[in-house]
Ligand binder design. Structure first.
Ligand code: CP
Length: 308
């Protein structure tokens, strides 16, 4: 497979050997970080983050990743208001300019497709950190890496993807990576108006991935190996009333968790609102904070892959 020059869609990661090498590199990053033996392989290189939507994990883990590997960062946080976008500058012009200052750009934007358009004119590799309701491919790397670490293997596992499957960009990227593993079975659990878009169900069918669509989490809870629950995203709804009506559709508390398999794992890309009760955090199967930390090591591995 040709080496990637930037990352816009999980489609570019449809190669198990690439995934395995990134996971191996991420695990090595974690070991070296703990032992304080990291090589400063990105010394002298600059990463620019330009985020037109809020973020805690993605932006800060990319910035930490770059700095741990000896690189430096330029950051345009809240770029909608605090960059020249507020004066009307186009993304295309901004990316051309930032690409003259940095060796790699990480961009989050509120419009689906914005990352692809930006990558087409970027003079340096560009990483999609989330484009509206489109994709979030580095989160999918984090998620599959976490499943592999927690379960040993993804092949043959039954995985419930729950909540906002319509707008959930993490889900849109993740299911493409899950489809690379043999025997995976996916339960798509969503309210009727937040079902997975047809392009992704068609993708699963075309790739012969077993999947079922349902509204009921209760019916599958005791059978799944992974419960991946998502936030209903207020920012994607034009009607507050519509959001309020479905925002609490799925909720996992200790009583619900007690019905899950002993070896199952509970994931959430975070931030969570009212999807998982705080009492579940102490459950050893609650892996969402480990998942967020894995983001640091996956992004270190990805930056080193792209820049060396
Ligand atoms: N999971 C995720 O993308 O989190 P942030 O929005 O905080 O970056």
């Amino acid at each position: 497979m040709k080496k990637l020059n930037g990352l816009i869609s999980a489609t570019q990661l449809a190669d198990r050997s690439l995934l395995e090498s990134l996971f191996t590199a991420a695990a090595a990053m974690e070991r070296h970080d703990a032992a304080r033996t990291l090589k400063l392989s990105l010394s002298g290189r600059i990463l620019a983050t330009i985020f037109y939507e809020p973020s805690t994990r993605t932006r800060l883990s990319f910035e930490a990743a770059m700095q741990k590997l000896g690189g430096s960062i330029l950051t345009a946080e809240n770029a909608r208001e605090n960059s020249s976008a507020a004066k009307g500058e186009s993304i295309a012009d901004a990316i051309r300019v930032i690409g003259g200052y940095a060796d790699v750009i990480v961009m989050r934007h509120f419009e689906e497709g914005a990352a692809r358009s930006a990558a087409e004119i970027s003079p340096v590799p560009l990483i999609n950190a989330g484009d509206g309701a489109g994709e979030h491919p580095t989160q999918a790397l984090v998620d599959t890496y976490t499943m592999t670490k927690e379960l040993g293997s993804i092949a043959g596992k039954r995985i419930a993807l729950v909540g906002d499957l319509l707008y959930g960009r993490t889900i849109h990227s993740l299911l493409q990576l899950l489809s690379l593993y043999e025997g995976v079975s996916i339960d798509l659990i969503a309210p009727p108006n937040l079902r997975l878009p047809a392009q992704y169900t068609e993708y699963l069918s075309a790739n012969k991935v077993m999947f079922r669509e349902s509204e009921s989490l209760e019916n599958v809870l005791s059978d799944v190996d992974v419960l991946y629950i998502t936030r209903v995203q207020r920012e994607r709804f034009s009607s507050v009333a519509e959001y309020e009506a479905i925002k609490d559709s799925y909720f996992v508390d200790a009583a619900m968790a007690s019905r899950m398999k002993p070896g199952a794992v509970i994931l959430h890309a975070l931030p969570r609102l009212n999807e998982i009760a705080a009492e579940v955090d102490a459950d050893p199967r609650a892996a969402y904070f480990r998942q967020a930390r894995n983001g640091l090591f996956i992004r270190m591995a990805l930056l080193e892959y792209l820049l060396t």
